[in-house]
Design a binder for this molecule. Sequence first.
Ligand SMILES: C[S@@+](CC[C@H](N)C(=O)[O-])C[C@H]1O[C@@H](n2cnc3c(N)ncnc32)[C@H](O)[C@@H]1O
Length: 200
Amino acid sequence: MSAQEWDERYGGQERLFSDNPNDALVAEVAGTAPGQALDVGCGEGGDAIWLARQGWKVTATDISRVAVERGAKIAADTAPEVADDIAWVRADLAVEHPPARSFDLVSAQYFALKKDRGEEPLRALLAAVAPGGVLLYVGHDPAGFPPDAEFDPAEYVLPGDVAKLLDDDWQVEVDEIRPRTGEGKQDHPHDVVLKARRVR
Ligand SMILES: C[S@@+](CC[C@H](N)C(=O)[O-])C[C@H]1O[C@@H](n2cnc3c(N)ncnc32)[C@H](O)[C@@H]1O
C-alpha cells in the first residue's frame, strides 16, 4: 500500500488499531533497561507511548502522515508526562533509512512491508541497531489467515525473511510462533516473533 492508501485507511476511522501495546513488545521489553528505541511502522503509537512510559526515548516512524499526527495528538492528550520523549517522524522506510547503530531497540510490529521492496530496507533496519541492542520483528502467523483475507500475507516480509539476513554479528534470542492474548487475537490468533541481539 502507498502512503496515500495508508492515509485513507487511517483517515476513514477515528481509530484504526488498538491503543494498547502489542503482546510481544510487552513480553520481550517490559523490565529491560530503557534506551533509544525505533518503532517501525508505529501506526497510531500505542507501542511508542508504552515504551516512553517505560523510560525509553522513542522515534516513532510511519509512512502515513495521518497516523503519526494522530499518534502525536494521542500522546499529548493521554500521556503528556512522556510526550516529549517521543519524536514522530513520517518516513517511507522502504526508501528512507534510519541512522546506523543508533537504537538499543528496533521494534517492528506487524510492519506492512512488501517483499518486492527487496532486502535493502531490512538491512537498513538491522544496521540501525546499536551494538548490544535488540531487533524485535513480529508478524502475523500466515497460517491463521482466512483464504478470503483482504491481502495475501505471502507478499509481505515476515520475521523469517529477516532471520535469513542475520550473520555472526547477531544472536537469536527468540524465534517462535506464539498465541496472542490481547486485542486482535480473533483476527490473527498467533504471532511470529523474532528477537535478535547485535553482539558486535
Ligand atoms: C498493520 S499496521 C501496524 C501498526 C502498528 N505497529 C500497530 O501494531 O498498531 C502497519 C503499519 O506499517 C506502516 N507502513 C507500511 N509501509 C510502510 C513503509 N514503507 N514505511 C513506513 N511505514 C510503513 C503503515 O502505515 C501502518 O501504520
